[in-house]
Design a protein around this ligand. Structure first.
Ligand SMILES: Nc1ncnc2c1ncn2[C@@H]1O[C@H](COP(=O)(O)OP(=O)(O)OP(=O)(O)O)[C@@H](O)[C@H]1O
Ligand SMILES: [Mg+2]
Length: 337
């Protein structure tokens, strides 16, 4: 494989009037990777993707697809790249097959080649049985699959998808995830945006987390989570522990060498929230026996690793969910004006 990145974005900027949609976005996608762009509503994901797909002209910065500068040679870029938009606007009267034929016409594909490719993408996306029905009868998941089929018809090396599973039920999301992994196995580079943490965590080889038009963290999901550090353990001494008991437990646990932080969580009935650094042995066992040695019993416990939301929280001071709520409120405010 060549060393040329499949996608290279450097110091991208884009504004709409006085709104800065993208302030400073840089990242590189290597060939064959699944790369995730994660961020709350209004973060600048769609704007970034549109600049990559030649649909928008950047105000500043450099964007290249397979080494081709997007601004200088948009036509060549469009041959390398397929795009699946966030909003699907299918003509409901046409059948799936007819819509794919239209797409083939856009690419000036000779008929016999188009027939061959249409048959292949329908099969790939498991749409053959429904291909001759009007798309108006399709479910959201089916429509999204047809959209993906259209994006793949000209056999691009790079597929860019803007929030491909938004609004889909979990079954349809699983089908799409499976399909994206298949594309990766076929050597196709995939760039997808999402505001679903678990989607990016599961699928992406690397991720850029975007907040208000700026990349705030970049790396593999594992690296980013490791960077915030530590595993999370919650220990309850009783279902609702008296404050004094929780304080005593917290003090005892604080003295353990692998415990980095202990917080008493009153919202969880004075549970103890710990951040621990694993040192080979099972930290829960050590916690349990240390407390026992001082006459305290563990009522219940749970263990979790830091999530991408902890990464977002560490960088921005709020959770992704809070950021989405704030964006929704700001939007509501705009509409009222
Ligand atoms: N055509 C436009 N005209 C004016 N402002 C726009 C336009 N498109 C986007 N914006 C603004 O630019 C910012 C970034 O929008 P963008 O659509 O890129 O975000 P996003 O991360 O894709 O959000 P979402 O998750 O809601 O799709 C937002 O503040 C948005 O309101
Ligand atoms: Mg968007």
């Amino acid at each position: 494989m060549s060393d040329t990145p499949a996608i290279s974005v450097q110091q991208l900027q884009k504004r709409y009037g006085s709104t800065v949609a993208v302030a400073d976005v840089s990242f590189q996608v290597q060939p064959g990777q699944i790369y995730g762009v994660l961020g709350p509503n209004g973060a600048g994901k769609t704007t970034t993707l549109h600049c990559i797909c030649t649909l928008l002209r950047p105000d500043a910065g450099q964007v290249e697809v397979c080494g081709i500068p997007v601004q200088e040679n948009p036509k060549a870029v469009r041959e390398k790249l397929g795009f699946v938009a966030q909003e699907v606007a299918l003509d409901k009267v046409l059948t799936g097959r007819e819509l794919l034929q239209l797409q083939a016409d856009i690419y000036h594909m000779p008929r016999p080649l188009a027939q061959e490719r249409i048959t292949a993408v329908l099969q790939l996306l498991d749409l053959t049985d429904r291909a001759d029905e009007r798309t108006g009868t399709y479910s959201g998941g089916l429509r999204k699959r047809l959209d993906l089929a259209a994006g793949l018809l000209h056999q691009p090396q790079v597929l860019v998808l803007d929030e491909p599973t938004v609004g889909l039920d979990i079954q349809s999301r699983l089908v799409i995830w499976d399909f994206l992994r298949q594309l990766k196995a076929m050597g196709i580079t995939v760039l997808l945006s999402s505001h679903y943490l678990e989607e990016i965590d599961l699928l992406a080889d690397r991720v850029a987390i975007i907040d208000r038009g700026t990349v705030i963290a970049e790396g593999t999901p594992e690296e980013l989570k490791a960077r915030v550090g530590g595993e999370r353990i919650t220990v309850k001494l009783q279902e609702f522990a008296p404050k004094e008991l929780a304080e005593r437990g917290a003090q005892l646990l604080q003295s353990l060498p692998f415990v980095q932080k202990v917080l008493i969580n009153s919202a969880q009935g004075n549970a103890l929230n710990l951040v621990v650094q694993r040192n080979g042995e099972d930290p829960l066992n050590a916690i349990r026996s240390h407390l026992q040695a001082h006459g305290l019993e563990v009522f219940s416990s749970s263990q979790s690793r830091p999530s991408l939301d902890d990464v977002y929280l560490a960088a921005t001071g709020q959770t992704l969910l809070d950021a989405e709520l704030a964006a929704a409120e700001a939007n509501l405010g705009k509409k009222k004006k």
